[in-house]
Design a protein around this ligand. Structure first.
Ligand code: TZP
Ligand code: MG
Length: 201
């Protein structure tokens, strides 16, 4: 199983004015090696079409393609990975149908300890963020989770170019970013994040 580390970029249809596939392409061109297609509202057919496009874009860039929430979509697009939240189908149920990488979300120490069957754990929000209005755990708690976890931790939530060094210093394997990459010039934002994340890896 490929290691999940470094910069993990997540699409957002609203922030990109519906151009989430194009945004994914820009991020891949800038060097991002992990992309997650995150969509919670559109019809299945549209999601599948976009997911397949992003997956195809990943191939020449040797990047991993992840699907958020939807087990069926991950199976049918033969995604490299699937990411599940606390409210989604359980890891065990998903594993019966999907044999790729499975990541789980945790927002607290307790949730992270319970999620140790996952291939990696997405911990956050680390900082307050409008993308997911939930209590932020902070960097100190993040570092405590990293120490206790046997599985790689990917930090998420409110991560920006200004705080990414501090987050990496907590010992995480990588950082997942939505708004600080999807707002504005996706290519430039990705480049800037990679410059900071790569040296800390
Ligand atoms: N899970 C925890 S925080 C978060 C998710 C999906 C949102 C991250 O988005 P942003 O815009 O990078 O804060
Ligand atoms: Mg989810």
């Amino acid at each position: 199983m490929q290691q999940i580390k470094g910069l993990y970029v997540i699409t957002d249809r609203a922030l990109t004015g519906g151009k989430d596939v194009e945004a994914a392409e820009q991020s891949l061109k800038a060097g991002c090696k992990i992309i997650q297609y995150r969509e919670k509202e559109r019809p299945y057919g549209e999601m599948k079409e976009k997911a397949l496009k992003i997956k195809e874009l990943c191939r020449p860039h040797d990047a991993l393609f992840f699907v958020n929430d939807h087990v069926k979509l991950a199976v049918e697009t033969q995604a490299d990975g699937l990411h599940l939240g606390q409210e989604d189908v359980s890891f065990e149920e998903a594993r019966k149908e999907f044999d790729g990488i499975i990541g789980l979300s945790a927002s607290t120490y307790g949730e992270a300890i319970k999620a140790q069957q996952a291939d990696y754990i997405g911990v956050g929000p680390v900082f307050p963020t409008t993308t997911k209005p939930k209590t932020a755990c902070g960097v100190t708690e993040l570092a405590r989770i990293v120490k206790a976890s046997k599985k790689p931790i990917i930090a998420i939530g409110g991560i920006t170019l200004e705080n990414v060094n501090e987050v990496m210093d907590a010992g995480v394997e990588g950082v997942a970013v939505i708004s600080a990459i999807m707002n504005g010039n996706v290519f430039d934002n990705t480049r800037k994040f990679l410059q900071l994340v790569e040296v800390k890896k």
